[in-house]
Ligand binder design. Structure first.
Ligand code: GLV
Ligand code: MN
Ligand code: MN
Length: 418
């Protein structure tokens, strides 16, 4: 059915205004940061729940802190198509990563809700938490809980203040013992669809507002500790030094060199701390993170093996010791064929031809949810491809087109399910 142009425009304007509104819920005085199980998490869930109820969804917060909403179709026991994304952010984030997908999902329900009573499947909206892993290092916690992938060892993860995930659950008012109840059995789901800004420049450079995602890159994250010896900066000759920072610096350069040598692999050292961290002391310990992304798991794993070999060599040369803890591992996930087809059909309904297809280099909740149901993603053009940065943006016109496409995608899927 053709969307009402005035209603569609109003929905896109509302989405942009709400992205601005949510940007105000932040733990930073200037800039955006919302992490898992924080006061901002609780506040934003309340706001999102109100917006979900406004469009007719029954709402609840699940046992992992995800904000959920449900609209039944004609059969209350039929599985639901899950639409959504995440509301947590990285530090000093933009205002669209994740948030846009949740708000677009709510507007799809607003547009289709009155007609959904006759649909063969239910329609759920989910606002996940901790897609980014900004607080506890391990990403996709909320979506992993929903996919039934929760690992008991996660309870002992700590944030930068030493608070364990278990304690954070209690402080937030959630019961760790009930985490299993957040899992959605596969038979209750008819698929997962997520709209997201592209976190790279390909659509922008290709002059296309929307694209179909074919797969999501695999990821691994490590915390690496390098131990040397802290000694006097004046009294210690070079030949007597075991400088952990110089070792870590070589590692950071090796990560870049080894990743560049592979096809479609990127590696990032995003955090580096030294101890004791004094101007007149040779660094005795360095801690750094390594984030690896690849289109294929085996390429990503080969690079980690190469980095480990290089770490052995650097440590051997410099008299250092190293160890690594894996913080996060997510295999590459292929988007479901039918969902790719309906996303393409939805985009074509906006008048587009030669719709671009692309693999997502960034991680998404779909990676976890893919363990229980088929997943599909629609990307929106991101000017200059900048993301995880306050300058992240998307145009009102593209949100309007994206909403048309997402709504049409859901309608195509409902027809396929009939
Ligand atoms: C999430 O945005 C990630 O890819 O790190
Ligand atoms: Mn992100
Ligand atoms: Mn995201």
């Amino acid at each position: 059915m053709q969307p009402d142009p005035a209603a569609l425009h109003a929905a896109a304007v509302r989405i942009m205004a709400r992205c601005d509104e949510l940007a105000r819920y932040s733990s930073l005085a200037t800039g955006i940061e919302r992490v898992y199980l924080s006061p901002e998490h609780a506040r934003v869930n309340r706001v999102a729940a109100r917006w979900m109820r406004e469009v007719g969804l029954d709402t609840w917060q699940d046992e992992a802190g995800n904000q959920c909403g449900h609209l039944p179709g004609r059969d209350p026991d039929a599985p639901s198509l899950l639409l959504g994304s995440h509301l947590d952010t990285v530090r000093d984030a933009g205002r669209f990563d994740g948030i846009l997908g949740v708000l677009m999902a709510i507007e799809v329900v607003r547009a289709l809700g009155p007609r959904w009573r006759t649909a063969p499947i239910g329609l759920d909206v989910v606002a996940f938490w901790d897609e980014e892993g900004a607080r506890f290092g391990t990403a996709l916690l909320g979506s992993s809980a929903m996919a039934g992938l929760w690992k008991p060892e996660w309870w002992d993860l700590t944030d930068e203040h030493g608070t364990t995930l278990r304690t954070a659950f209690h402080e937030f008012g959630l019961d760790p013992g009930r985490i299993g109840a957040a899992a959605r059995p596969a038979h209750t789901l008819a698929g997962y669809l997520e709209a997201h800004i592209e976190q790279g420049p390909d659509l922008d450079r290709g002059n296309a507002p929307l694209g179909v995602v074919t797969s999501i890159a695999s990821a691994r994250r490590f915390a690496v500790t390098i131990e040397g010896e802290a000694r006097h900066a004046g009294g210690t000759r070079y030949e007597d030094r075991r400088d952990a920072l110089l070792g870590a610096s070589e590692v950071a350069l090796a990560v870049e060199r080894l990743c560049r040598a592979q096809h479609h692999i990127v590696g990032t050292v995003g955090r580096l701390e030294t101890f004791p961290g004094a101007v007149n002391v040779v660094p005795g310990e360095a801690r750094l993170t390594v984030d690896l992304r690849g289109e294929h798991d085996d390429h990503r794993d080969r690079v980690w093996r190469d980095i480990s070999t290089e770490l052995d060599q650097i440590a051997g040369r410099r008299g250092l010791r190293w160890s690594a803890t894996e913080l996060h591992e997510a295999p590459a996930v292929w988007c479901d064929g039918l969902l790719q087809d309906v996303v393409r059909a939805g985009i074509e309904d906006t008048g587009a031809r030669d719709v671009p297809t692309m693999f997502s280099r960034a991680g998404h909740d779909a990676m976890a949810i893919g363990a229980v149901t088929g997943v599909g993603m629609l990307f929106l053009r991101n000017p200059d491809g900048i993301s995880h940065h306050p300058a992240e943006s998307v145009s009102l016109a593209d949100v309007e087109t994206g909403l048309t496409a997402l709504t049409a995608t859901v309608e195509h899927l409902a027809r396929e399910a009939a």
